[in-house]
Design a binder for this molecule. Structure first.
Ligand SMILES: [Fe+2]
Length: 421
């Protein structure tokens, strides 16, 4: 373990504070002890937290049909940002017609001053359906999902924006984000939050409120986002298992409106802080004809093309002096496959004099002594571990292990502080 300096499976989330260069210097724990700046994990959090109901105000749509909602940012590069949102009404039922994505434009008006939008970017829109043509199960078709890439931005600069369709007109409220600093060993985002296995429960509310208080500059979302695939039992029916509640169902039905509820729930954070996602097992969501991952692949913009990947299942990006590699555990990870070839290429092109920190993330941990999920991804470890050691990955983040105990850890490794909170 000489190269892999720290390995952390997640419970709720972490905050990483980069200390190399910050305008207001944050002391290291070696200079402590200090009064913690974060709050202790709420000990009342427990397994089996209730799902937030669909009529919870945080999950309900609060704009009229063509106005943008579920606005979310994702890093494209140090000088470009993805803006995503949804318009129109998703539908659940048996005979559904998909909305026409071309019926609403995808525009972002933006500029460096509030209310003064000097540039307009246009993007793409799409819809998806989750189909279960089986007795007793419901189909779903989404609202119109928009993705626009803002290019030519200045690093470490605030941008104000509205998104929507100006011809209707149906533009959003103004939002603001800050671009990351240029990749350099002397510039870092001030705080990065790492979340896994979030869900949409009362515990999720505590986690997100706590995270907002810590004012992160980026969210690393390491898979298992909404648990829409469990809602029919945990929330919709309160049954112990899907096969008990639906013994005749030929397929496990996921309840896609949970994704829309989750997008609304997250919007106050994701409309101003970029969120970088990677898929977990709860995103597989099989539907008719063997189709999987439809919601994950359609809803999120990720810098796959920007990082030379041909797949939204794996990609990389820079955040100041940190190069992040996001790996797909539920697609081919064999050393003869496309992901491995891309990973090798990506690793070969990292300049550690520019991005000294190398962080990798994927959903299921390779090292796990807990009975649940034990050695579940041993095959992936055998295929990919050696190359990550070879190129000196500093930190790996994973989710998947939803531990029940409250963890509190604060440690310092060289210039990086990691708080598990
Ligand atoms: Fe998982």
């Amino acid at each position: 373990m000489t190269d892999c300096k720290l390995w952390i499976p997640l419970t709720t989330f972490l905050i990483i504070t980069m200390l190399v260069v910050t305008e207001a210097r944050i002391p290291t724990t070696l200079e402590g002890p200090f009064k913690p700046v974060t709050q202790r994990l709420d000990p009342s959090l427990r397994r089996g937290s209730d799902d937030l109901p669909m009529n919870d105000p945080r999950l309900k749509k609060n704009v009229t049909s063509n106005f943008p909602e579920q606005i979310a940012l994702a890093i494209s590069s140090p000088t470009s940002m993805w803006v995503s949102w949804i318009t129109g009404d998703a539908k659940v039922g048996s005979n559904l017609t998909e909305l026409d994505p071309s019926s609403v434009a995808s525009e972002v008006w933006y500029g460096k001053k509030s209310g003064k939008y000097t540039r307009i970017a246009k993007g793409v829109s799409t819809v998806y359906s989750q189909l279960y043509p089986f007795e007793g199960l419901l189909n779903y078709t989404s609202g119109i999902i928009h993705h626009v890439r803002l290019k030519g931005l200045k690093p470490k600069t605030k941008y104000y924006f509205k998104c929507g369709d100006s011809s209707i007109p149906a533009m959003s409220e103004e939002h603001v984000f800050e671009t990351f600093p240029v990749p350099s060993p002397k510039s870092y985002p001030s705080r990065i939050a790492v979340i896994g296995d979030l869900g949409l429960t009362k515990n999720s509310t505590t986690t997100i409120d706590h995270l907002i208080q810590n004012d992160p500059s980026m969210i690393l979302m390491v898979g298992d986002l909404t648990y829409a695939n469990q809602y029919r039992t945990t929330g919709g029916k309160g049954a112990a298992c899907f096969s008990c509640a639906f013994p005749d169902a030929p397929i496990r039905e996921t309840y896609q409106p949970r994704w829309d509820g989750w997008g609304r729930f997250m919007e106050k954070l994701t409309s101003r802080v970029p969120m970088m996602v990677i898929e977990g097992n709860h995103e597989i969501e099989p539907q008719v004809a063997g189709i999987t991952f439809k919601s994950y692949l359609t809803r999120f913009a990720v810098p796959s093309v920007e990082s030379g990947s041909k797949s939204n299942f794996y990609y990389s990006f820079d955040a100041g002096g940190v190069h992040f590699i996001m790996l797909g555990a539920y697609v081919d990870y064999n050393s003869t496959g496309a992901q491995y070839a891309w990973l090798k290429e990506d690793l070969q092109h990292i300049d550690r004099t520019v991005t000294p920190w190398l962080v990798a993330a994927w959903h299921p941990p390779w090292y796990n002594s807990y009975s649940s999920h034990y050695q579940e991804f041993e095959c992936m470890r055998q295929e990919m571990e050696a190359i990550l050691y070879q190129y000196g990955v500093d930190i790996v983040f994973s989710g998947h292990m939803t531990l029940e105990s409250a963890l509190q850890l604060q440690t310092t490794y060289q210039s990086l502080e990691v708080h598990v909170i």
